[in-house]
Write a protein that binds this ligand. Structure first.
Ligand code: ADP
Length: 199
């Protein structure tokens, strides 16, 4: 089993790359942002709660997010591994993920952090906002808040896994296939080193 965290600021290409990685390695993709948007689309009580935070570019509280993530992981006992996209975004979430995977007899094998500068991510998010229908992609103030929240609350998660020797930086500027190649090289190296045999 291999469990990967796809990490990086909003708009860094996590969702795009996750979709490609899932196909290559036959993993289950869990995006907390997609899960929340799905709940909002279905008008569930969870969706209603999440919407209040998401529309402002704030994080949904840990208890809500962790509970939803746990439910999702538990519906996939057959998984060969997971790609976590947009989770963990706080140290509390990282600790909860470690505990959950330990209960399942597994662990986080690597965190792959896409490196994209502020100027580029603002450009990309605004472009995405023209077609995504996501209101949080259209409002400059909300975009800036998401970037600030990422820097203040989420970047410590990189260090959390770096202390465990699991964090890796990947250049996130380039074409989609180029970045995909970089990620695959890294994953294959990690696989070889730890004999995970994901192929
Ligand atoms: P992006 O990476 O472009 O910000 P996401 O779809 O990952 O897009 O997240 C959209 C919003 O969903 C976030 O701004 C936040 O409000 C909420 N969200 C997603 N994942 C989490 C999480 N792990 N913890 C708290 N809030 C989250």
């Amino acid at each position: 089993m291999i469990n990967l965290i796809l990490f990086g600021p909003p708009g860094s290409g996590k969702g795009t790359q996750a979709a490609l990685l899932v196909e290559r390695y036959q993993l289950v993709h869990i995006s907390t942002g997609d899960l929340f948007r799905n709940e909002i689309g279905n008008n569930t009580p969870l969706g209603l709660q999440a919407k209040a935070y998401m529309s402002k570019g704030e994080l949904v509280p840990d208890a809500i997010t962790i509970g939803m993530l746990r439910n999702k992981v538990e519906t996939h006992p057959e998984a060969r591994g997971f790609i976590f996209d947009g989770f963990p975004r706080t140290i509390a979430q990282a600790e909860a993920l470690n505990q959950l995977l330990e209960e399942e007899g597994t662990q986080v094998h690597a965190l792959l952090a896409l490196q994209v500068d502020d100027h580029e991510i603002i450009k990309r998010i605004k472009l995405r906002g023209q077609t995504s229908g996501r209101s949080d992609d259209m409002d400059e103030k909300v975009i800036q808040n998401r970037i600030d929240v990422y820097k203040n609350e989420t970047t410590p998660v990189f260090d959390f896994y770096a202390h465990l020797g699991k964090s890796h930086r990947v250049e996130g500027i380039g074409s989609v296939p180029e970045i995909f190649d970089r990620l695959c090289h890294l994953i294959d190296a990690i696989d070889q080193r730890s004999a995970l045999r994901i192929h």
